[in-house]
Structure formats: structure tokens, C-alpha cells
Design a binder for this molecule. Structure first.
Ligand code: ADP
Ligand code: MG
Length: 344
């Protein structure tokens, strides 16, 4: 270790992972809130090389703050992190050379063409005379050749986002950070983006860390995911591992409008073979080793106790069920809570 380094900096342990973060804490000062907002509360992640790794969490979970720290745009209050084996706090310049970053908000110049944006980015990264050729390569790769001469402000949302990713790749980074790459895109553009991202990892060996608040996106695109809640990772693994940890089936019930949820809850909690009964308004879920054969008994018991259900479905656990199990909240409910909080 070079002796010129300040000794007060905590040093990240050596690692062969593409990204490693340990104990990240970040508090933002906010006027009117004495303690500020604790965006990260001891976040740990390990991203293997060549992976598509998804940070999944509702708005406000701390995803963008994590990306900002890992891409040297913000400093944590506590914790350490390495990217491609390089400590982000000690050697931010070296980290910046090996990474590509696509921020949550587009960084492209809307008043320039797609081609001009890419060539400028290439020059900024020192490609010099090679910049136009690299721009053409990326335009072709992202299906933008036909619109290369059009101003970016005339692009569709999908075209703009593809250009954003192309801009992040100009200097051939080892590790690419994508903050909400498909938010706001229509389903078709989203599927096209998923294909591109999967190809980056599979064919080019790029490690991709992406954030998303779409359960389906994490499920379909990321080989591994970390579920983030209130600035901490509450679960990590492949989507199948996470769902597989929930044995059996999930029974979802919608209670009849006259039903008292508290009565329904105690009835279900008394039923043998049912576990993890969770009530949110008139929506109830519970788990069972064999959901289909449990349904008649469930409906009869609810009827008998005067707390009938309006509908029932049985499904294999989804990532939403994983989230519910870990946090006690429905994923969609968590988003609404954040939105309400933001209005106050
Ligand atoms: P996500 O990307 O998962 O939506 P963020 O990392 O953007 O979450 O934000 C995490 C928390 O930190 C939120 O409560 C957010 O309001 C707060 N926050 C983020 N950036 C700032 C900032 N610059 N100043 C104050 N609070 C912030
Ligand atoms: Mg964000």
C-alpha cells in the first residue's frame, strides 16, 4: 500500500468480485429534520464478474445513493467499496476509468444529434480520431443508425434510453452502472432494452449493476438480485433462490366487503397447515404446502366464522411474496407509501 495514502481512510479488503460494498451508510442533511434522512443504513453487496446484478427496491429505498457512491459521485459517511478491485474512496480517478454510468436522468444533450453526442463522449474519453468509428459501431449496435442525424430531443423514450446506454459504453468499461434503465418505457422498448443488457453481459463480459423498482424486470433480467429496503439489503440471491426459500404455495384471498379483516385473520391463523397470514386492507395472503387442497377448508372456515371471502387464487411464490415476507408490506403498497410521503 503506497505510504502517501491518508491513513484515516478505512481500507476496503482485497476482492476478486467486480463490485463489493460493505457497511455503506449515508445520511442527507434535510432542513427541518434534525437527524436528516438516512438513505443507506449499512448496505452490503457483492457482485460477481460478468453478472447482471439487480438492486431491487421501491422508490426511496436507497438505490440511486448506492450507485452514486459506487461511481464516486458521492461519499459514504461509513463503509467501504471497491469496483474492479479498486477502492472507490482512495482511487476515484482509477475507478472512473473502468466504469460506465447511466444515471436515472438522461445525460445526453437534447440539442445535439445522437451521433454528435456519441462522438463528443468519445473525445472526452480520449478516443481522438477513433471517436467517429466507435460512435458508428454503437449506433448500429443499439439500432440508432437511422436516427443518428436527428436531434436527441426528437427521439422516443426508448431511443433516448438506448442512446444513454451507448454513451455509457463509449470507452469500453468493465463495469456498467444503469440507474433505472427502463423506467417510463413502454413494454416493447423495455423488452428490447432487456435484450441489449443481457447481451452486454453474455457476449461482451461486461458486469452490469442495474437498479429497478420493477419486480418483473429484476425477475427476468438479473441473474442475481439484492432486495433493498430502507437502505439495507434484506435478501440476496438468484430470483429462483429467493422464491424457492418460500416453500409451498401462496393463497391470495380478497375478502367480501362486509368481512371484518381481524376476524378473517384470526380464523386463518387457527387453521392447521396455513402459515404467514398477512392482511392488508381486504387483501389477505397466506402460505400452504399445498394451496389447492387447502382452499376448500379455508373458504368453509371463513364462511363459518362470518368472514367470507370474495375470491381466492393459488400461485407459486413471486418476488412480491418474497418482499412481503421480508418487509411485512406489499411491494406495490410500499411504492404508494413513499409517494404519499413525498406529497407532505
Ligand atoms: P431510490 O433511488 O431507491 O429511489 P435514493 O437513493 O434516491 O432512493 O434516496 C434514498 C432516500 O434518500 C430517499 O428518502 C430520498 O428522499 C433521500 N435523498 C436522496 N437524495 C437526497 C438529497 N440529495 N438530499 C436529501 N435527501 C435525499
Ligand atoms: Mg433512484
Amino acid at each position: 500500500m503506497p505510504s502517501s495514502q491518508p491513513s484515516s481512510l478505512p481500507s476496503a479488503p482485497p476482492t476478486s468480485a467486480a463490485i463489493e460494498a460493505r457497511g455503506l451508510v449515508k445520511t442527507y442533511a434535510v432542513r427541518g429534520q434534525k437527524d436528516g434522512v438516512r438513505a443507506l443504513d449499512g448496505l452490503d453487496i457483492t457482485v460477481p464478474r460478468g453478472a447482471v446484478f439487480g438492486l431491487l427496491g421501491p422508490n426511496g429505498a436507497g438505490k440511486s445513493t448506492t450507485i452514486k457512491i459506487l461511481t464516486t459521485l458521492a461519499r459514504p459517511d461509513e463503509g467501504t467499496a471497491t469496483v474492479d478491485g479498486v477502492d472507490v474512496l482512495r482511487h476515484p480517478d482509477r475507478v472512473r476509468r473502468t466504469i460506465g454510468v447511466v444515471a436515472q436522468r438522461s445525460g445526453a444533450d437534447p440539442g445535439a444529434t445522437g451521433g454528435e453526442n456519441l462522438i463528443l463522449q468519445g473525445r472526452l474519453y480520449g478516443l481522438g480520431a477513433d471517436a467517429p468509428a466507435r460512435a458508428n459501431e454503437l449506433l448500429a449496435r443499439f439500432g440508432l443508425t437511422d436516427v443518428a442525424g436527428r436531434l436527441v430531443k426528437t427521439y422516443s423514450g426508448g431511443m433516448q434510453r438506448r442512446l444513454d446506454v451507448a454513451l455509457g459504453l463509449v470507452h469500453r468499461p468493465e463495469v456498467l452502472f444503469l440507474d433505472e434503465p427502463t423506467t417510463g418505457l413502454d413494454p416493447e422498448s423495455r423488452a428490447a432494452m432487456w435484450e441489449e443488457i443481457a447481451r452486454l453481459a453474455a457476449e461482451d463480459g461486461v458486469t452490469v449493476l442495474l437498479t429497478t423498482h420493477y419486480l418483473e424486470e429484476a425477475d427476468r433480467l438479473a441473474g442475481r438480485i439484492a432486495i433493498v429496503d430502507h437502505g439495507r439489503v434484506v435478501a440476496e440471491g438468484s430470483p429462483d433462490e429467493l422464491k424457492g426459500a418460500l416453500r409451498g404455495d401462496v393463497v391470495h384471498l380478497e375478502l367480501a366487503s362486509e368481512t371484518d379483516p381481524a376476524v378473517a385473520r384470526s380464523t386463518l391463523e387457527d387453521l392447521p397447515g396455513l402459515r404467514d397470514v398477512l392482511v392488508a386492507g381486504d387483501a389477505v395472503s397466506a402460505r400452504s404446502d399445498d394451496g389447492a387442497s387447502a382452499v376448500p377448508g379455508i373458504l368453509a372456515a371463513l364462511q363459518t366464522s362470518g368472514a367470507p371471502a370474495a375470491s381466492v387464487t393459488v400461485a407459486r411464490p413471486s418476488l412480491d411474496d418474497v418482499y412481503l415476507r421480508l418487509t411485512g408490506r406489499r411491494y406495490s403498497g410500499a411504492e404508494e407509501l413513499v409517494a404519499e410521503g413525498a406529497n407532505h
